[in-house]
Ligand binder design. Structure first.
Ligand SMILES: Cc1ncc(COP(=O)(O)O)c(C=O)c1O
Length: 395
């Protein structure tokens, strides 16, 4: 059979992060003692009151369709969190609930991007942004950001890449993969550019509650003039350890986008799972102390992991201010024993030392590997021992 696949599907790259998690699981199932740093999800169980809410929903018989864009209760809960946390005001028709923030982003790109449209994506970027832009027929325009600038893109460079076809810019702070949180100054400069060039800003704020060092998170929509041009994406996966329940949402006063993204959802997945929505309501309006507890544990693990990495000769890491990733610079290892880039080093770590991490290439950097600290202190310590041995063996 010739050309069974569409061009779109043939060109699409699978998610590198999910691939590494699958590889890790496969090796473990073969009885190999793999230390896994691939995880893009909290290792904590979903808090009990949230699990209870899902069970209660099932027991109430909530196994039927809900409105495509989410239940009234969940939209209200989302609106309440934005208001209480950030003073941001939304109406129910500004919200679309989807099957995870990934799905929200997919719907947004499908709704606003078509052939010829360009989207500015600061690198390093989350693996799915460029692929999603391509899937919608658009062109990802990568804005490189350097480690020496704390992975913050240069606003002048970013502005120079704007063309008449540029429609949107995507911001992800705190970032996956770097964990870096943009300074308020940079956010304000980006706001000015968005205003000056009439761009829509897609702000992926999935890590807004995982911020360390007592820093304050600034939602992009809260900047002067930005509420009206920002589509904020968030969800319950990372904050409430609910990755498998698949609830994410977008919020924007640009009603055309909400409506179009909702239409796309109505013709593809329909509503997200009904009991998962009930669980998300409880997550958003119930007690928030588990969020603080998990955040504090992540902060301690970040301290441990970054300290141990920076003690190893050959690799180094800037301190992430948020999320649960370190983006480790491996360039000092290039040229040693045939290592050309971080992909080679990640492969060596997996094959010889049984340490799973994600190479930086799919995030837009061949100079780094991503290590997740959503794992226990013991795993972090063992993994760092193995990585130290690997670096030592490389000479
Ligand atoms: C930056 C970023 N955005 C969105 C998502 C998607 O999260 P979910 O679809 O689980 O809500 C992830 C998950 O890894 C992420 O890291």
């Amino acid at each position: 059979m010739k050309n069974i696949l569409s061009q779109r599907a043939s060109e699409l790259k699978p998610s590198a992060t999910l691939a590494i998690s699958a590889k890790e699981k496969e090796l473990k199932s073969q009885g190999i003692d793999v230390v896994g740093f691939g995880a893009g999800e909290p290792d904590f169980p979903t808090p009990a009151h949230i699990r209870e809410a899902a069970k209660a929903s099932l027991d109430r018989g909530e196994t039927f369709y809900t409105p495509v864009g989410g239940t009234v209760e969940l939209k209200k809960a989302v609106i309440r969190r934005f208001d209480e946390d950030y003073g941001l005001k939304y109406e129910p028709d500004h919200i679309l609930v989807s099957c995870g923030a990934k799905h929200s982003l997919y719907n947004i790109f499908q709704a606003i991007i078509g052939p010829g449209d360009e989207v500015l994506i600061p690198a390093p970027y989350w693996v799915s942004y460029p692929e999603m832009v391509c899937l919608s027929g658009g062109k990802p325009v990568i804005v490189p950001a350097e480690e020496k600038n704390n992975f913050e893109p240069d606003p002048k460079l970013l502005e120079s890449l704007i063309s008449p076809n540029t429609k949107a810019i995507i911001i992800n702070s705190p970032s996956n993969p770097t964990g870096i949180m943009y300074s308020r100054k940079l956010l304000e400069e980006l706001a000015e550019i968005a205003e000056g060039h009439d761009l829509t800003v897609i702000s992926d704020e999935i890590y807004d509650k995982l911020v360390y060092d007592n820093l304050t998170f600034t939602p992009f929509a809260s900047l002067p003039g930005m509420h009206k041009r920002t589509v904020t994406v968030n969800g319950v996966s990372k904050t409430y350890a609910m990755t498998g329940l698949r609830i994410g949402y977008l919020a924007t006063p640009i009603k055309e986008i909400v409506k179009a993204a909702g239409n796309i959802q109505s013709q593809s997945t329909s509503n997200p799972s009904n009991p998962a929505q009930a669980a998300a309501v409880q997550a958003l309006i119930g007690p928030q102390d588990e969020v603080v507890r998990m955040r504090n544990i992540f902060e301690n693990r970040r301290n441990l992991m970054t300290r141990l990495i920076n003690e190893i000769d050959g690799i180094s890491v800037p301190i992430p201010q948020g999320a649960f990733y370190t983006f480790v610079n491996t360039t000092a290892l290039n040229g040693r024993d045939g290592i050309k880039n971080s992909t080679d080093f990640a492969q060596l770590l997996l094959d010889k030392y049984h340490v799973a991490c994600v190479p930086g290439g799919p995030f837009g950097s061949e100079d780094h590997i991503r290590l997740s600290f959503a794992t226990s202190d013991a795993v972090i310590e063992e993994g760092m021992r193995r990585i130290a041995t690997a670096c030592k063996d490389l000479g």
